[in-house]
Design a protein around this ligand. Structure first.
Ligand SMILES: Nc1nc2c(ncn2[C@@H]2O[C@H](COP(=O)(O)OP(=O)(O)OP(=O)(O)O)[C@@H](O)[C@H]2O)c(=O)[nH]1
Ligand SMILES: [Mg+2]
Length: 147
């Protein structure tokens, strides 16, 4: 089962792909959709730029799970209410960069991701690894099911 990462520029999609795949964290600006381990990484432009957003729907056809990523340290939010409904796959939320954020920031990000229709919502730091085990367990629970 593939997992598609979606979220704005610099929210931590590629770094989370690297963490989930057990690869070293190397910063590379994502230019186009590509596979890292079991994940389909996408460029933030696909999420931010309305004219590119349909590419995500096409890319998600191969994904058993879509993840909406929100940087806990970023007050901007680019998902629309109910946006998860644009995909036929389940959509879960991931709050990223929790090592840079306080409890209130994390709570706000969680509420916004829930409003976008993402469930459940996880909180991770790809830097420290905090919360990554819970996300991996959830992904494995879907992989070991019928998908
Ligand atoms: N402190 C901290 N920094 C992080 C974390 N995750 C990612 N970063 C940093 O945030 C920056 C952007 O991360 P990327 O993973 O490249 O972001 P992206 O979402 O793939 O961005 P695009 O490819 O441009 O869409 C990099 O400098 C990462 O090192 C994290 O959990 N904690
Ligand atoms: Mg990237």
């Amino acid at each position: 089962m593939h997992i598609m990462m979606m979220g704005p520029i610099s929210c931590g999609k590629t770094t989370l792909c690297q963490r989930l795949a057990g690869l070293p964290r190397i910063y590379v600006k994502t230019q186009t959709a590509g596979i890292i381990g079991k994940a389909i990484d996408t460029p933030g432009e696909y999420t931010e730029n309305r004219s590119l957003r349909n590419r995500l729907v096409v890319t998600a056809v191969d994904a058993g799970l879509v993840l909406f990523l929100q940087d806990a340290a970023n007050r901007g939010f680019c998902f629309s209410p109910g946006q998860a409904a644009m995909f036929s796959s389940p959509v879960a939320g991931v709050i990223t960069k929790t090592d840079l954020a306080g409890k209130d920031d994390i709570r706000r990000a969680k509420d916004l991701l829930a409003l976008a229709g993402a469930a459940p919502v996880f909180a991770v730091s790809s830097l420290t690894g905090e919360g990554v085990a819970e996300l991996t367990a959830y992904i494995n629970s879907l992989t070991n099911g019928n998908r």
